[in-house]
Design a binder for this molecule. Structure first.
Ligand code: URA
Length: 267
């Protein structure tokens, strides 16, 4: 097919999607890829086939590690996110929220998805739950501008702060997988049930998942309660604190500089 025919086919598909359901549906990629292997990788990722979430994660991570995305970067992931219309959340967003923090962080913190404040600002965890998250992290010497990166499973706000639907998580999965592959965090902290279940491909509740390390592609992963849950239920603060201490010990064992920083401020 020539490029012109591809564009016409694309437009008809898009028009059909909007008439049919009001947003762009995910489908097998039929775009002719031009501009070399690097661009091919990008286009494929942003318009990925409708795979189940766990396949998407694996595929995104493999692509991010592989030759075709050798030139991938966090900036490119962010611009792909800003251009994404793979699920119904895109049409509802004010701003996409790719995440923020430092390269090669000690900890990658993953929440479920932006809320109203985050949707307005385009930054993760900036509302009341985010302020508590910052305090929790600071208590173990973690800071988003120094040694952490903060991201979410879905990059656009689910309406009324509902849980992301499985197809929404799946549509966003390759973005998170690329971020993880690029960031190479020493540990992952999943805050809340949704992030823990998606990353661990589990249906267990957060009460059972928290409190012990699992692994995501060789990276230690600790689930804990979401700061919003702590704001609602004070009794969760104690177990959340126990989890943070576990994370601190893990990171201190992996990074002597961080271990030193933690020792310095011990009473
Ligand atoms: N809750 C989340 O899970 N993520 C945010 O970015 C904000 C609130």
């Amino acid at each position: 097919m020539t490029t012109e025919l591809t564009l016409i086919a694309d437009f008809l598909e898009l028009a059909g999607d909007y008439l049919d359901r009001g947003y762009r549906r995910e489908r097998q990629n039929t775009v002719i890829l031009e501009g070399g292997p690097e661009l091919a990788g990008r286009v494929e990722l942003t318009r990925s086939p409708n795979l189940a979430g766990d396949q998407e994660f694996t595929r995104g991570a493999e692509l991010a590690r592989g030759q075709e995305l050798a030139g991938d970067s966090l900036e490119r992931v962010s611009s792909d996110i800003a251009a994404c219309s793979a699920c119904g959340l895109a049409a509802l967003r004010n701003r996409a929220v790719p995440g923020e923090g430092v390269q090669n962080p000690l900890a990658l913190v993953i929440g479920e998805g932006p809320g109203a404040d985050e949707d307005r600002e385009g930054r993760p965890f900036v509302g009341p739950a985010g302020q508590l998250l910052d305090l929790m992290l600071a208590s173990i010497k973690l800071f988003r501008d120094k040694n952490c990166f903060i991201a979410n499973v879905v990059k656009c706000r689910p309406p009324h702060n509902r849980d992301p639907l499985p197809e929404e998580s799946a549509a966003c999965a390759s973005f998170l997988a690329r971020q993880i592959a690029l960031l190479k965090p020493r540990a992952i902290l999943c805050v809340g049930r949704v992030a823990a279940q998606v990353l661990l491909k589990s249906s267990e509740g957060i009460g059972r998942l928290r409190g012990q390390f699992a692994e995501y592609q060789g990276i230690p992963l600790l689930p804990t309660y979401h700061p919003s849950a702590l704001l609602r239920d004070q009794s969760l603060k104690r177990p959340a604190w126990e989890d943070l201490k576990l994370l601190k010990e893990k990171l201190a064992g992996l990074d002597p500089v961080y271990a030193g920083e933690c020792r310095e401020t011990r009473p």
